[in-house]
Structures are given as C-alpha cells and as structure tokens.
Design a protein around this ligand. Sequence first.
Ligand code: GRF
Length: 203
Amino acid sequence: MKNLGILLSGRGSNFVALADSIAAGRIPGARIAIVISNRADAPGIETARQRGLEALVIPSKGKEREVHDREVVAALNHRHVDLVCLAGYMRLLSPWFVRQFPQRILNIHPSLLPAFPGLEAQQQAFAYGVKVSGCTVHFVDEELDHGAIIVQKTVPVLDSDDEHTLADRILEQEHIAYSEAINMVLEGTFEIAGRRLRRTRRL
Ligand code: GRF
C-alpha cells in the first residue's frame, strides 16, 4: 500500500476527486495518509476531516520557507508518505523539500505548461485569446510550475466561454488527469529522458 500526502491551501476539489477515485478503486494500492494545509481556513481541511482522514494545519504565515517546509516534511515522514500530491497548495517548495522526495512530488496546474505558469492561469489563457487550453500534471522541481510533464489534457476554448466557464471545464479535466498521473507514477510505468516522460506500457 502506497501512502499519499496531499498538500492544499484552499477549496480542495482535486483532493476530493482523488479521494473519490481511491474509494472507487481507480487508484489501486494507494491510500491518503494525511492532508496538510498551510492555511487554517482551507475548506479542503474540513472536507478531509468529514471524510475521516487525518488533516493537519501547519501555518506558514510569518515562517521562513524552509522552516515551514521542515515541519511539513516531518509530518509527511511520520505517516510514511511515498508520494506528495500538491492540490492547490499556494506555496513554492524550498529546494530542500524537493530533495527529500526525488520524483515523488506531483503538482497540477490549470494550463498547458509551459504556457501560463503562476497564478490565475485559466484567466491568463483566456485573456491571451488561446483557442485551446487545458491542464498539466508534472513532477515538482525547484522552479515554479516547471518539472517534467506526466499528463496533459486539452480543453477547447469556445466562443461562448468566459473565463469562469473555461476554468470549470479545465477543472473537470484536472480531476481526471490527476488520478491518471498518480497511477502512472505509482506503477512506475514510465521512463524519463531529459524532460521527456514516456510510458513504457499501457495501463
Ligand atoms: C486547481 O485549479 C489547480 O490546478 C491549481 O489550484 C487549483 C486548486 O483547486 N493548482 P482545488 O483546491 O483542487 O479545487
């Protein structure tokens, strides 16, 4: 059984989608060992508790990045976490944190990277006028929204869209993409050359 550690700062819909996937048997061999938020008011923490999962708030405010990261990593290690899943975690990880989990930290971002990294990616893409956007699940490295890409899903931008309807359709794809990426990583059915990740057998 592999232990997932979920880090979030807000709503937590990607966390809920993962919890639902696990409950439905779509991520075999994985369990959510802990949900951690850096913000006490993150709705995702309340949801985690309602679902009977261990949920921890480790406030980041006023702490140096690495000091906070050391507290988070200690909590993850204490639960023997194998894979760290960032799900709307609004913090850049320190290089020290990244080194503790080599190729074992994933992030989901609501654009087709490398386009539109950073905040409000869906709005950035919409305002830019792209005709296709989507989402990316990638390994986390020391740069923001940057590591090797695991899964991408495309979403067409419709003439009838506004930035909210586009973000909603991207979010639907995020919920599918994250489970798919976690399965790939847990099964080890890939190889990486440079930044390029290639499946070594179909799921
Ligand atoms: C998602 O759009 C995700 O791609 C981004 O932050 C948002 C988190 O949403 N990294 P939620 O908290 O999972 O609902």
